[in-house]
Design a protein. Structure first.
Length: 369
């Protein structure tokens, strides 16, 4: 494929940034001479993660609406106007063949500016309930790549392409060989059941509190748990586990998972938040999963994401407020049902999409003249 010039905009969370980086890597794989420029929001995660991945990024001073009445919301329209002007200037200087949005409020002024300047545009919507930014942009952009069915209620049907969500290249379908490698890597007993409790890089207070309560009450024999508590909580959680020597050998507490592929492969059951990227990885790996959607995510995206799988028999769900009462019994019930575990793995694998990046790259090249 010929080299092109592409701007990629979006961010704020890993759920937007990592798909963006996967698309960038796909463009570079298609042609190493392709030039890529990222546009992010100043002081947000992308300003660190994108340069670390080897790409140039320019930050805009833009902010989203706060979900409460506040004086700060009065400043937002002025920041948006300023950001559109800045985006137009950047686009005119870089002269992209295409502008790509991956969600997050910073992509709104960038994609809007691109449509004013008649640059081909594509957005990638990761969630089952479209975000506000992408819903606004949907009528203006040329192509909308989605990961869930039913998004015609948010976007013009003729613009929608089902692509799935781009994921890390090392996440693959779990195999018996990976399972054995995971046992060795994490120092686990092959004769026990294994649970992976994962709260994301920043951790999850709900799941951390749940784990503390379970440790206090006693982890049953025959179970080992990999518990990814997040870097913010690691000192407190390691200290807590250390004060309960009776769980030595039962609970591996860590802030970071170096081999996520092996953590998935070794787990009989995963307990996870239901961000779009996490769901896509779990589908590809083929993991039996209980989702605990975050209730603090804009427009309840995580619950919508999780229910799309639950309704197809591909996962189970416990709402955040129900965790203290319902999560532990559901874990034990699910672990004891070998046939049910196998059915969850079978159904979630049916939803896996391993060629998402290739589909998006092909759509990009269709738009580039």
């Amino acid at each position: 494929m010929k080299p092109i010039r592409a701007i990629i905009s979006g961010g704020g969370t890993g759920g937007h940034i990592f798909p963006a980086l996967s698309i960038a890597a796909g463009l570079k794989a298609a042609n190493p001479e392709t030039e890529i420029l990222f546009i992010g929001a100043n002081n947000r995660m992308e300003m660190e993660k994108v340069p670390a991945a080897g790409y140039k990024i320019i930050g805009l001073d833009v902010a989203g609406l706060l979900r409460r009445i506040t004086f700060e919301n009065l400043k937002v329209p002025f920041k948006v106007i300023k950001s559109i002007r800045s985006a137009k200037r950047i686009i005119k200087e870089f002269k992209p063949d295409i502008v790509i949005g991956v969600g997050g409020y910073v992509s709104a002024p960038v994609l809007y500016a691109a449509t004013i300047l008649h640059i081909p545009t594509l957005i990638q919507e990761q969630n089952g309930f479209a975000g506000l930014t992408n819903r606004i942009l949907g009528k203006r952009v040329d192509c909308i790549c989605v990961a869930y069915d039913g998004l015609e209620r948010f976007f013009p049907k003729e613009k929608i392409v089902f692509s799935g969500n781009p994921t890390r290249s090392n996440i693959v379908k779990c195999t018996p060989q990976m399972h054995d490698e995971g046992l060795e890597f994490y120092g686990l007993d092959k004769d026990k059941k294994h649970i992976f409790v994962v709260g994301g890089s920043l951790g999850c207070r709900t799941l951390n509190t749940f784990m503390q309560a379970w440790i206090t009450d006693g982890i049953p024999d025959g179970i080992q748990i990999i518990w990814q508590c997040g870097k913010k909580a690691i000192d407190e959680m390691e200290s807590f586990v250390g004060s309960h020597p009776e769980v030595s050998g039962k609970v591996l507490c860590t802030d970071f998972i170096a081999r996520m592929d092996l953590a998935y492969a070794v787990s009989d059951l995963v307990v996870s938040r239901s961000g779009a990227s996490s769901i896509s990885e779990l589908c590809i790996a083929g993991c039996s999963t209980i989702f605990v959607p975050s209730k603090n995510v804009t427009e309840d995206h995580q619950r919508h994401n999780a229910m799309a799988l639950v309704n197809k028999g591909a996962a189970k769900i416990v709402l955040d407020d129900d965790v203290p009462e319902k999560l532990r019994p559901l874990i034990l019930e699910t672990l004891a049902d070998e046939e049910g575990l196998a059915k969850l793995r079978e159904n979630i694998l049916k939803l896996s999409k391993t060629d998402s990046v290739e589909i998006i790259i092909n759509e990009i090249y269709k738009l580039v003249k």
